[in-house]
Design a protein around this ligand. Sequence first.
Ligand code: SF4
Ligand code: SF4
Length: 467
Amino acid sequence: MKKPDNSPAYFNWRRLKKGVLVTGYMGGWAVLKPEEFRLFAAGRLKKGPALARLEKAGLLRSRLDFDSIFTDWRDSNEYLGKGPGLHILVLTQVCNHSCVYCQAGEVTGSSMTSATAKKAVDFSFTAPVPGLTIEFQGGEPLANWPVLKEAALYARAKAKKTGKELALALVSNLSLMDEAKAAFIIKNDISLCTSLDGPADLHNANRPYSGGDSHAAAVKWIKYFQKRRGTRPPGGPSALLTVTRASLGRAHAIVDEYARLRLPYVFLRPLSPMGQALERWAEIGYGPEEFVKFYREGLDRVLELNLEGVEMKEKTAFLMVKKIAGSQDNRYVDLRCPCGAGLGQLAYDWDGGIYTCDEGRMLARGGDASFRLGGVRGSAYQDVIAADPVKACAIASSLDLQPVCARCAYRPFCGVCPAYNQAAQGGFWGSMPGNARCRALLGIFDAVFARLLDKRTGPVLEKWLES
Ligand code: SF4
Ligand code: SF4
């Protein structure tokens, strides 16, 4: 009788504390004992639970299910044919804060006119997507309130006319919020995201505000909107955290502050070396290993709170666990292959300049226009979407073309960022060894897998997928 062929399909591997992680091209995975791994790699693993796990994960060459591989591949790449769904309107350079890490940190500056905002909305509706999100950003977008209001109403009318689904979103420090603006935001169903860097002392040190107490303003309006729209998404407000050197060692306090304010997510991400953050890196920056230590402490605190009955998620782990569990959700444009530059999002600067993403726009602010695609006056959708920077980003963020990523066990769940590479390395290309973003991601993936494989915390992470 012919012996069964147990030779491995294409795989990458990584040594973890609990064993050897083996991942396949489409994201199927298994953790093996070292001896099982040696036999698997040699094609000599015999029938048993490990072989059954490998077969189920699509890691045995002679037992690949090509129908499901085809369906998974098609579903996970479907977004490529759709066009950008996220459109970021930078309404103003003006901001009343002078955050230590921010490129906008100035009180004066230029703002988008109503005519430019309408052109940007018109342009965003030319993307051939059935639904889109328009996000208002700054500077501080509330500093250009009349244009925000007009653009929101114009976009809503346009959605009605075209039959496209429209979500409106606002990213604001909330210090210029008042009852009238809040009423408009609620009436027009604009979702809200603010900045919250942790407890008051840390937040206010990171986000100096000459007009008052930045933390108190954010907390006041978070509670205000929670009272009227609930604490859960999509209505409830959310918050974004920026991690500086001052945050290291304070992961528990930061997570506890998010829990105290009943925020559904805390999003632990490393600081990017762009704009003001790059200029002040020696003072506010840190290395990837320092971030990973902070990340582990923060994630552990979130899991501990979950075990005590508090409902909250850490967003990076949540996005990763979704992918690890096989979800084809590609909405998070910074952790997908290729990334969302132009293909998933576009950013419109105050003057109508169109960029691959907000990070690309920020680089232009510092004098590097590599990510500029055109302008709302004079550029057609086809020209913008086929512009060289979109193609260059698609190639540079294709993990199969990156020598290090192509051999990495986390490739099916990961994504590289050409804007980060440009800022950190002076070129779109390359998660080369030593790339700090990659080193942070490796540490985060290790931490997430370790907790997923842990009997106590694994079920908590799996439960996150239910809601
Ligand atoms: S960026 Fe780093 S962690 Fe991500 S796939 Fe590439 S090598 Fe792996
Ligand atoms: S270049 Fe970077 S920031 Fe821009 S969409 Fe791609 S991953 Fe995101």
